[in-house]
Ligand binder design. Structure first.
Ligand SMILES: Nc1nc2c(ncn2[C@@H]2O[C@H](COP(=O)(O)OP(=O)(O)O)[C@@H](O)[C@H]2O)c(=O)[nH]1
Ligand SMILES: [Mg+2]
Length: 321
């Protein structure tokens, strides 16, 4: 099937075409790029919500509740669950599937799990593209579940209109221990497992941290930013989900007023990501085994990563302007 035909079927709502496109994208098949190009104009209407936080915080259970809530409004829902565990163990992905299982039969819900790729990818380079496929399919809402580690947070905010950070007490997940990065990307906080002792303390910590952030920001440049709502939830018993959805919608509506700026920012980050990926791929394919040889020298102690990097980059034949 040509990318044109596949794109047409996806835009017409064909679920099997969506599954096929997800596989092509995930495998970095040669025709995936053309397909994504064709889908791009169709993928602009969905509301994309990133759901991030430590493993075990309750992200998948919350996503399951959010699917249920959006389905009650007859919305079409796409889910992309990215898991950094080994693709061989499949452990947590299996967990995600179990958590969201009851929605697998629903033709208006499409759930795709992605494992992290090693080497070049960092966290799931295809996640952004799969979100685009589900949006082009006509999903009203696309939920992207990722563990907030490393550079991942940047990807989430790039891809998503609204970022939900899930924090849970009693995971050693106290606010001080959370990386600054994950706190900065939050548009809404869910303090999940509010049935556990410690939820109040977590909420207080988040509030204190926000107050500190506000003070620093206003002292800095008077920049006003959407103050993330903090919502207590118990995903396992569906408590607080209404409040959570209202907070997410409030963010979406507030963000719409800055639609132009957001689109510009997204265009910039997407383009930069694509350039970085393309150049990285080109570089590694051109350098071939020279990279491993350099690694060996570093391990042997006859060289260091900085000199090796400079030498390798100098060898690249990327034309200079
Ligand atoms: N007590 C309690 N347990 C929860 C709550 N939400 C999720 N869990 C449990 O926490 C565990 C991890 O949840 P999961 O959704 O897989 O977390 P994820 O790794 O962030 O996706 C599971 O056993 C859930 O049943 C909650 O609000 N209260
Ligand atoms: Mg999960």
């Amino acid at each position: 099937m040509s990318p044109e035909e596949l794109a047409e079927q996806i835009a017409a709502g064909n679920v099997r075409a969506v599954a096929r496109a997800c596989r092509l994208v995930d495998d970095h098949a040669p025709e995936a790029r053309e397909l994504l190009r064709l889908l791009h104009p169709h993928s602009q209407a969905a509301w994309t919500i990133g759901v991030t936080g430590s493993p075990g915080a309750g992200k998948s259970t919350l996503v399951d509740r959010l699917i249920e809530r959006f389905r009650a409004e007859k919305k079409r829902v796409g889910v992309v669950a990215v898991d950094p565990t080994s693709p061989f163990s499949g452990g947590a992905i299996l967990g995600d599937r179990v958590r969201m299982q009851r929605h697998f039969e629903d033709a208006e819900v499409f759930i795709r799990s992605l494992a992290t790729r090693g080497a070049l990818g960092g966290l799931s380079r295809s996640a952004a593209d799969v979100v685009g496929v589900l949006a082009a399919w006509g999903a009203d809402v696309v939920l992207l579940e990722t563990v907030g580690v490393g550079q991942d947070e940047l990807e989430v905010t790039e891809v998503c209109d609204t970022t939900l950070v899930v924090v849970s007490p009693g995971l050693g997940d106290d606010v001080q221990a959370l990386k600054a990065g994950i706190l900065e990307v939050a548009d809404v906080f869910a303090v999940n497992k509010a049935d556990h002792a410690g939820a109040d303390a977590t909420v207080r910590d988040l509030e204190a941290m926000q107050a500190l952030g506000d003070a620093t920001l206003s002292a800095h440049d008077g920049h006003v930013r959407f103050r993330p709502a903090i919502v207590r939830t118990v995903a396992t018993t569906n408590q607080g989900i209404e409040d959570l959805v209202r907070a997410l919608e409030a963010h979406r509506d507030a963000a719409l007023q800055h639609g132009e700026a957001k689109r510009q920012q997204r265009a910039a980050t997407t383009l930069r990501r694509l350039i970085t990926q393309a150049l990285t791929e080109r570089a590694f394919s051109e350098l071939g085994t020279a990279v491993e040889e350099a690694e060996r020298r570093i391990v042997e102690g006859t060289s260091d990563p900085y000199s090796e990097c400079d030498a390798l980059v100098r060898r690249l034949s990327i034309p200079r302007s």
